[in-house]
Design a protein around this ligand. Structure first.
Ligand SMILES: C[S@@+](CC[C@H](N)C(=O)[O-])C[C@H]1O[C@@H](n2cnc3c(N)ncnc32)[C@H](O)[C@@H]1O
Length: 297
C-alpha cells in the first residue's frame, strides 16, 4: 500500500451525537434510517464491521450479528460508544482510518458505512478497503449523501447553486463534506467487485417546515412507503445501497484478525498492545480500545 493517505475529517472531542442527534431535531432522520437498515440487513451473521461508527447510534441495530467491530478515527467517539454499549466480548472498539483498515483480508461477513463516506475525498479507495476485509458473499450496506437530490436540482435550476447536481463528480460543499452522484457510487462499487442488490432512497422529507408541522409518525411512515422507489430513481438526500461481495474465493484463514496498517504484516494476539513483527510499529490497546491510527501521516 502506498504512503498516500487522503485527509481525514476529525471528530475527536466532537459532541456530534448530542448536538446533531439528541438535541438537533433529527428524530425523523434516525427513524427512517432505522427502517432502511431493517429492510436491508440480512437475518444474521457472524462478524459485522461498522465503519465510522461514531458514538454507536446504529450499533444495536446489528443485534443479529454475533460480534460487531466498531471502527472510527475518533477515539473519543468510541469512548462514547463504549459508554452506550458497554465492554463485552460482543463488541470490538478500534480507532483506525477507513483508508487503512487494520484487519486481515476477508474477515467480516457484514459491514455498514452510514453517514461516513460523506467525509471521504477518495471514495473508491475507501470502498476498496471495505471489499478487501470482507468475506466472499458478505453483505455491505452503504449510505451516501446524494448530490442529485430534489432540493439541489431546484436550487440549480433557479440559479441559487453553482454546482451541477447532474454531473458524476463529487461535490465538496463544506471542507471534507462530500455529496456523490448515485451513478458514480454504483460505478465504483461495481468496479471494485461488489454486486448491487438493492437501492433505497431515504429521508425524502428532510425539510425543516415539514418536520415542524407534520406528525413524526406520519412522515416516517410516508418515507418508509417511498424508500423502495430508490430502485427506479434517486432524488432523496440520502441513499442506502445493499451490495454483495462477488468474485472472491477465500475467507480469512485462521483466527488472526489484525494486520498492521503501516506494512500489512499480520499481527497475532489481542487484548494488549500489539507490536508488528514486520515494521516494529506499536499499536496501543487502552481501556478496551485498540488504536491503529498512524499519527505521523
Ligand atoms: C457523521 S459521523 C456518523 C457516525 C455514525 N455512523 C452515525 O451515523 O451516527 C461520521 C463518523 O465518521 C468518522 N470518520 C470520518 N472519517 C473517517 C476515517 N477516515 N476513518 C474512520 N472514521 C472516520 C468520524 O470520526 C465520525 O465519527
Amino acid at each position: 500500500m502506498s504512503e498516500h493517505t487522503p485527509p481525514i475529517c476529525d471528530y475527536e472531542d466532537s459532541d456530534y451525537q448530542q448536538s446533531f442527534w439528541e438535541h438537533g431535531g433529527r428524530a425523523y432522520e434516525d427513524a427512517v434510517e432505522a427502517f432502511a437498515l431493517r429492510r436491508l440487513l440480512p437475518p444474521g451473521g457472524k462478524a459485522m464491521l461498522e465503519l465510522g461508527a461514531g458514538a454507536g447510534r446504529n450499533t444495536q441495530r446489528y443485534q443479529h450479528y454475533q460480534r460487531v467491530a466498531l471502527v472510527d478515527y475518533s477515539r473519543s467517539q468510541l469512548v462514547q460508544a463504549q459508554a452506550r454499549l458497554g465492554e463485552s466480548e460482543r463488541y470490538l472498539y478500534v480507532a483506525a482510518d477507513v483508508y487503512r483498515l487494520p484487519f486481515v483480508d476477508g474477515c467480516f461477513d457484514g459491514s455498514t458505512m452510514i453517514r461516513t463516506l460523506h467525509h471521504m475525498a477518495e471514495p473508491a479507495l475507501a470502498l476498496s478497503q471495505v471489499y478487501r476485509v470482507m468475506a466472499p458473499e458478505g453483505v455491505f450496506i452503504l449510505e451516501f449523501a446524494n448530490k442529485r437530490n430534489l432540493k439541489a436540482i431546484m436550487r440549480f435550476w433557479l440559479g441559487q447553486q453553482g454546482w451541477n447536481p447532474f454531473t458524476p463528480d463529487l461535490v465538496e460543499f463544506a471542507a471534507l463534506n462530500f455529496n456523490f452522484h448515485p451513478k458514480a457510487i454504483k460505478r465504483d462499487l461495481q468496479a471494485i467487485g461488489f454486486v448491487i442488490e438493492r437501492v433505497r432512497t431515504v429521508s425524502h422529507f428532510r425539510v425543516g417546515f415539514l418536520k415542524r408541522t407534520m406528525p413524526l409518525r406520519f412522515l416516517v411512515g410516508l418515507d418508509a412507503l417511498l424508500q423502495w422507489t430508490g430502485r427506479l430513481v434517486q432524488a432523496s438526500p440520502s441513499v442506502f445501497v445493499r451490495a454483495r461481495v462477488a468474485g472472491k474465493q477465500r475467507d480469512a484463514a485462521g483466527d488472526v484478525l489484525f494486520q498492521c496498517p503501516r506494512c500489512q504484516t499480520v499481527i497475532p494476539g489481542a487484548g494488549d498492545d500489539l507490536v508488528c513483527g514486520g515494521c516494529g510499529a506499536r499499536w496501543p490497546f487502552q481501556d478496551g480500545i485498540y488504536d491503529f491510527r498512524m499519527k505521523t501521516d
